[in-house]
Design a protein around this ligand. Structure first.
Ligand SMILES: [Fe+2]
Length: 183
């Protein structure tokens, strides 16, 4: 088995775009990948601080490396494109939401553990939390441009819909990271 190579991941996800259901194809790619956490660490570095960075961005495909700090709670948001979220270290709790008259309300959830991949449809709205006293490492793949697509975020109470703000995501990660480091 070859070591994890970012260029190979990009190429295989790009090839999956030609499949009838690209999200399902990418989920299978990620399921194989997250079963090899040591190989991912060797390529990307071990997860010792929170943050999000793009491994690849194009109009129809985005690949993110995300490290969730302990205790972080990311506000609800949608994607308006399929999203395949693979966890290779720690845990990622997802709360799902549905639209109601005055905002959104919680409607179920999923507790993702290392080695698991969640596939979210374009309509999905979720909030993400790291419930553990350890960093959570994830690779998220999206069927579009995560950074430039028009989409929404909400306050934690499900109100205040407004355009998704990637700076707010970075700030949320940084604040949780600071809290954890300060103990
Ligand atoms: Fe998300």
């Amino acid at each position: 088995v070859a070591a994890f190579d970012v260029d190979e991941l990009i190429a295989s996800c790009a090839a999956a775009q030609g499949e009838p259901q690209p999200g399902l194809a990418v989920r299978e790619i990620l399921e194989r990948l997250v079963s090899r956490p040591a190989d991912i660490d060797a390529a990307l570095g071990s997860a010792t601080s929170g943050g999000m960075r793009s491994l690849y961005t194009s109009p129809d495909l985005t690949i993110l490396h995300i490290v969730w700090p302990p205790g972080v709670v990311l506000f609800p948001h949608d994607h308006r494109m399929w999203a395949a979220n693979g966890i290779y270290g720690g845990a990622e709790d997802n709360t799902y939401f549905r639209r109601v008259a005055d905002g959104i309300e919680a409607a179920g959830g999923a507790e993702l553990r290392a080695g698991e991949v969640a596939l979210l449809g374009p309509e999905a709205i979720h909030a993400v939390a790291n419930p553990r006293r350890a960093y959570t490492a994830a690779i998220h793949v999206y069927g579009g441009d995560y950074f430039h697509a028009l989409r929404s975020q909400w306050d934690l109470d499900g109100r205040g819909e407004r355009p998704f703000d990637v700076d707010a995501l970075h700030a949320t990660l940084a604040a949780a990271d600071d809290r954890y480091r300060e103990g």
